[in-house]
Ligand binder design. Sequence first.
Ligand SMILES: [Zn+2]
Length: 448
Amino acid sequence: MTSRAVEAYQHDMGLDVDGIVGSMTWNSLFSTSHPGNSGGSGGGSAPAGKLKKIIIDAGHGGHDPGAVGHGLREKDLVLQISKRQQELLFEEGYIVGVTRAEDNFISLSDRTRAANNWGAELYISNHINAGGGRGAEVFHSIYGGPSKTLAEEIMKNLSNIFVSRGTKSRQGENGDYYHVIREANMPSVLIEHGFIDNSIDANILKDQDKIEEMARATVDAIKAIFPPENEEVKIKPSSFISRAFNVVDELSESNPILPGIESPFEVGGVKFKYQAHLEKEGSVNWNLKSFQGFTPEDLFDSFAAKGLDKMMEFYTSAADKDEVAAMSDTFLKLTDNIEEIRVSVLEISPKLSGFVIKPFEMEFLTDTGHGEWKIREIITLEHEMHITKETLDALENAAFTFVAVIVIAALCYAVLVFGAALLGALGFAAAFIIGYTLGREVISPVTS
Ligand SMILES: [Zn+2]
């Protein structure tokens, strides 16, 4: 190998480009073959099967800039493309890992080892070419299979942005030439997004809209060839809030609720916003772990423990025990799969003729029953809510249930968080709402 050939090889493999066959280059050249892309007939663009775990590999990084030209560095551009791919794939419901998330150097063997150990089902390596040429090309395994099918779909999409150099495979001494295609135990492609040292391609690479298109070219191809396996994990809003407001019924027919829904609505002239999203466990910064398991017993006990006698008195002495029991039961069923609740700063001001709830946001983390996926539901009260007997009288049954439930939940939360300072107001508010909910007399407003 001439040093120029070594340099070209090192560049292509994402190694340090020094033209010297050091231990890393040597290992890369002669590492054991793992043809992870064998099988399948290749060609065509029919779906090759569902999957969920994808690893995105931004080539180069750290002291290795990759190709450079026209004031651009490959390592920066491929990181941008990779991050955007990661976001888009995540929104589509895939679980996405990255070989690097910042400008640091990771060896090729560390990249494929991480992918293999993690159990990735697809390996996408993003690069940009140099060396005199123009256009995009996508490398797939010499064994064809799903790697080739995907490469063809990506190339098709990229040809809307770049001149197409087509799909290619390259034979090495031990199978595939490219490390990330040879050593990854899963279908793998290596994408060259144009030539950084070509002025036409460089102008494309400088355009943020084109970068977005590049990311989408690969993501769209993945969706077409490998639909997300968790597609059946539809969001089924099932918290007491969504059920009370019948969100499922309202949206399930008109709106396939994946990966998220947003639904503004109005109750008694008060504007709310309901949102539901599918979230990977750990992706949400939930910080109140202690509020798991929000049962009616907890709710009523917490009020009782704080001495909210009026509410408890009503609860225990209501004439219609069945009705109270039914409500307890409803709460129990509605709250059984909520794991965590978080409320932004909540403020309730008692008034003589009712009370005012200031805008707040309430989030629920709900188990989907699909492993690491959770439903995150957010109810936002967008304007002050004036709760008076007249307001309540004006509400329809379903809407009323919604108001009652959200207020009770908010109150319960507020008691837990803010404690004694709010007790006077809360005692009044809770009694007021509970009393009304149960269809009994409205407990007269009291001033504390
Ligand atoms: Zn590269």
